[in-house]
Design a protein around this ligand. Structure first.
Ligand SMILES: [Zn+2]
Length: 156
C-alpha cells in the first residue's frame, strides 16, 4: 500500500494555487499519485526505459487529452515536472511529500518564505517564486504590497 503525503501549507498557500487552474492542479496531484505508485518514484513511466503514451495517461486519469497536454506544458515550464522519452518526473516530489530526511545542520532546519504583511499570503522561496515580489492576492484587489522575506524553523 502506498500513501501520498502532502505538505498542506505548501499545497494551500504555495505558488501552485496561483500558477495552475483548478483542473491543472488536480492533474498535477494525479501525476504525484502516479509517481508514488510507480516502481521508480518520482518517475511516472511504464518501466525504467519507457514512458507511458500521453493517450494512456489521459485514459488512466479519465481526463481530456488537451487538459493533460496543457498541464504537462505549464508544469514543465514552471519546473514542477520534467519529461523525456523515459517518462515524466515529478520534481520537488519530496517537497510535496514532506518525506525529507532528518537534517543535521541548523541551516537545513530553516526554510525561506516570502510573506505578505497585509494578507499573510505565504510562499516558499524557490526557483519559481524567486522573482515574485508583489503579493498576488493583494494585487488581485488592486493593492501593490511587497512581500517580506521570512525564515521559518522547521520541526524536522
Ligand atoms: Zn497580500
Amino acid at each position: 500500500m502506498h500513501w501520498l503525503k502532502l505538505w498542506t501549507r505548501g499545497w494551500l498557500e504555495g505558488s501552485i494555487r496561483f500558477d495552475l487552474t483548478p483542473a491543472q492542479r488536480s492533474v498535477f496531484i494525479d501525476l504525484c499519485a502516479l509517481a508514488r505508485e510507480s516502481r521508480n518514484p518520482p518517475m511516472v513511466q511504464a518501466n525504467e526505459t519507457t514512458a507511458y503514451p500521453h493517450s494512456w495517461l489521459a485514459s488512466k486519469l479519465n481526463i481530456p487529452m488537451d487538459l493533460l497536454e496543457e498541464t504537462l506544458e505549464i508544469c514543465i515550464k514552471q519546473e514542477r515536472i520534467s519529461e523525456d522519452n523515459t517518462g515524466i518526473k515529478v520534481l520537488k516530489f519530496d517537497y510535496y511529500q514532506e518525506t525529507k530526511r532528518r537534517r543535521s545542520t541548523k541551516a537545513e532546519h530553516t526554510r525561506s518564505f516570502k510573506e505578505c504583511p497585509v494578507c499573510h499570503f505565504l510562499v516558499e522561496v524557490s526557483k519559481v517564486t524567486a522573482r515574485m515580489e508583489i503579493c498576488p492576492q493583494c494585487s488581485k484587489k488592486g493593492k501593490e504590497v511587497t512581500l517580506v522575506l521570512k525564515e521559518v524553523e522547521t520541526g524536522d
